[in-house]
Design a protein around this ligand. Sequence first.
Ligand SMILES: Cc1cc2nc3c(=O)[nH]c(=O)nc-3n(C[C@H](O)[C@H](O)[C@H](O)COP(=O)(O)OP(=O)(O)OC[C@H]3O[C@@H](n4cnc5c(N)ncnc54)[C@H](O)[C@@H]3O)c2cc1C
Length: 361
Amino acid sequence: MGLEAPRTGSEPLFPVTQLQAWSQRLLGSRLSGALLRASVYGQFVAGETQEEVEGCVRQLQALGLRPLLAVPTEEEPDSAAQTGEAWYEGNLDAMLRCVDLSRGLPESPDLAGKTLMQLKVTALASTRLCKDLTSWITKPGVSSELSPERLAEAMDSGQNLQVSCLNTEQNQHLQASLSRLNRVAQYARDQQVGLLVDAEYTFINPALSLLVAALAVRWNSPREGGPWVWNTYQAYLKDTHERLRRDAEAAHRAGLAFGVKLVRGAYLEKERKVSQLQGTEDPTQPDYEATSRSYSRCLELMLSLVSHHGPMCHLMVASHNEESVRQATKRMWELGIPLDGPVCFGQLLGMCDHVSLALGM
Ligand SMILES: Cc1cc2nc3c(=O)[nH]c(=O)nc-3n(C[C@H](O)[C@H](O)[C@H](O)COP(=O)(O)OP(=O)(O)OC[C@H]3O[C@@H](n4cnc5c(N)ncnc54)[C@H](O)[C@@H]3O)c2cc1C
């Protein structure tokens, strides 16, 4: 898999004039100019070649937008088990090139802030491994064997980690996956590119969060100037507000910078189908309004943490929802959080259905 099409959606670039009209309707013309210049990242099909990507980026910069690139990874192929580590190593190469591309994009002098890109853990570690780790870590009393500190040490030293719940082959795959994650985080830090790690399904999210926490131990310490590795929190899950509060506290206690991409959540139907099939409690909020209330509470929590801890705490408000964006900007104003500070906004500009929804409001 190559990086010819560095993109983060599957639709063409949203026309810039519509985007501008949308942002002005969403935020009001004066606010939109200031806010977009400061902190909105756009997500779109950037092009097939570096030149095309650069052309798109220049267009976006004229609007004060920054790109948020991601490697378009396919679903993990069934053959990945047979091809060993090759598929994941190929994805790692693509991600390293995506870091280069993110770093090498033309920069506009009036766009302050860090370069960010997205990272999908299941492109570097198998879903099977993440599932097995999740079933293990959600059991009570096994946390010390799989602590973020222990994984971080294994990442750094490259020494073989033995986890009792995994067989020899799975342990080897875990070690190789940790090494890939560490290589991409180190390279991103060296190139001054922050990594936003995607949240996926609840049957693997605890493992993804554990891996992010291990990366954070190594790369989000104050001496690194991060956060370089951010996690994603899905407000449609019932336990998200509590988890966010706990993780923020843990990061603060450990003296680590904390980076959060806050979303509503993209896998509602599948989550519900799985819980129905397994006869377990539905992990998602009962309705859209409950998800929105949860989003609003998480937003409030994060903005208050940002206002207390300043640059140690970063937030991306990743939503097209007019009310959420309005709440964020209003509270930023009230709390005195600067527009070019640790809070930014993310939109999937290529996802016409969501943008259309925002336009229609
Ligand atoms: C930059 C960016 C990065 C993203 N990264 C991720 C990611 O890593 N992981 C991920 O899961 N998603 C991700 N998403 C997608 C995101 O989770 C939402 O699906 C999408 O943004 C739509 O939500 P909204 O707030 O923009 O809009 P809205 O239209 O206001 O909200 C739609 C969302 O509300 C929720 N919802 C709808 N109906 C119901 C219902 N009946 N009951 C409960 N909840 C309901 C669902 O979460 C749905 O997606 C990302 C989005 C953006 C913009």
